[in-house]
Design a protein around this ligand. Structure first.
Ligand SMILES: Cc1ncc(COP(=O)(O)O)c(C=O)c1O
Length: 370
């Protein structure tokens, strides 16, 4: 049976070449400037970007680091979280969130997620808190901020830290405040495919806390107190000058790109929501649609059908964190929502240069396949 219409054109999951093409001349200029200054580690491009990113997020400080995973680990280490401490982690997230907890020697306690948004909830957090709980990793997955008021009510009452993993939520807002401004600190990844992506790896931490900022800066720079004195056992995790310069150029376009993602999402919803399970948008949350996730039965057949029609898709995520062999020792109780979502979720093409025709092609093909 030939199921797919013959008119179907290939649709890319992500198109970085198209995103970067109009920026090439500006990227070349700042790249040349960084080369001329030889400011590869530290220097004016880093300071300028850190200041702009803190301001954009509505926080006082930003520390550029090597990637989003290091950012998570450095925050936990700077908070003094380690062996004997428990950190709550949503089961439906990228493994990096759990990895950071394990790397500092703490115990990840996996919690289930909301069936509509697939995000961590105040209710699940409240049920998992023990006297050993020190922090919760609030992951704003898929570009949507979790229910922060309810979460903060629970975490404030329990006296535990909120660390925002905002790797997928650059520019998302909740009650008008941007991702990064809710926790004791928040982390970002600038992996190239993120809403704000570098031309390689990169990451950042934002916070209002000056002492935490100093601690993280030191830990990420070999534990330096000053140049010749190492006061902590640190490590090397730095954002480099070339990446900061590129990020600064791209930041000018972030809001426009996020709006294009919002328009693309609105069209997907318009076409699909009556026939397919789409993610719900939480009250007061204004997402930036890093990923366009639907849930379908027989996901692998639908994915294969889309691939046959030249439509690239992804799966975020095929297994909840606690089911990966790497975290098997922490798999203590069933988490039915995350476990069921893992078998049914499918990420459709989503990026700022996606066209209306492409979205219609994807939607037509999904509907045909169902
Ligand atoms: C939710 C989440 N957390 C953390 C990370 C880790 O970021 P990085 O790849 O920059 O280390 C990612 C990146 O994929 C992510 O999506």
């Amino acid at each position: 049976m030939t199921l797919i219409s013959s008119h179907t054109k290939p649709v890319a999951f992500l198109d970085l070449a198209a995103l970067h093409a109009p920026l090439r001349s500006r990227l070349d200029v700042v790249w040349e400037q960084t080369m001329a200054d030889s400011a590869f580690i530290g220097g004016p491009a880093i300071t300028a970007f850190e200041q702009r990113w803190a301001q954009y997020c509505g926080t006082d400080h930003c520390i550029g680091v090597a990637n989003g995973t290091d950012a998570l680990e450095l925050v936990l280490a700077a908070l003094g979280i380690g062996p004997g401490d428990e950190v709550l982690v949503p089961a439906n997230t990228f493994v990096a969130t759990a990895e950071a907890v394990v790397t500092v020697g703490a115990t990840p306690v996996f919690v289930d997620v909301d069936p509509g948004s697939l995000l961590i909830t105040a209710r699940e957090i409240a049920a998992a808190i023990t006297p050993q709980t020190r922090a919760v990793m609030v992951v704003h997955l898929y570009g949507q901020i979790a229910e922060m008021d309810n979460i903060k009510a629970v975490t404030d009452a329990a006296g535990i830290h909120v660390v925002e993993d905002a790797a997928q939520a650059h520019g998302a807002t909740y009650k008008g405040r941007r991702a990064g401004s809710f926790g004791v600190a928040a982390t970002f990844s600038f992996y190239p495919g993120k809403n704000l992506g570098a031309l390689g790896d990169g990451g950042a931490i934002v916070t209002d806390d000056p002492a935490l900022t100093e601690e993280i800066r030191s830990l990420s720079n070999h534990g330096r107190g000053h140049h010749l004195l190492h006061t902590h056992r640190g490590r090397n995790s730095r954002l480099d000058g070339l990446q900061a310069a590129a990020l600064d150029v791209k930041l000018d376009h972030l809001d426009a790109w996020n709006n294009r993602r919002r328009n693309a999402h609105a069209l997907y919803i318009d076409r699909l929501t009556t026939s397919v399970e789409t993610l719900t948008t939480l009250p007061d949350s204004r997402p930036v649609h890093h990923l366009e996730v639907i849930r379908v039965d027989d996901r692998d057949r639908v994915r294969d059908g889309l691939a046959e029609a030249g439509i690239q898709t992804g799966i975020h995520y095929a297994m909840p964190c606690h089911k990966h062999p790497a975290f098997a020792e922490f798999d203590l109780r069933p988490l039915p929502v995350a476990e069921s979502a893992a078998t049914r979720q499918l990420s459709l093409p989503m990026h700022p240069t996606l066209t209306t025709d492409e979205i219609n092609t994807v939607a037509d093909t999904v509907l045909e396949l169902l």
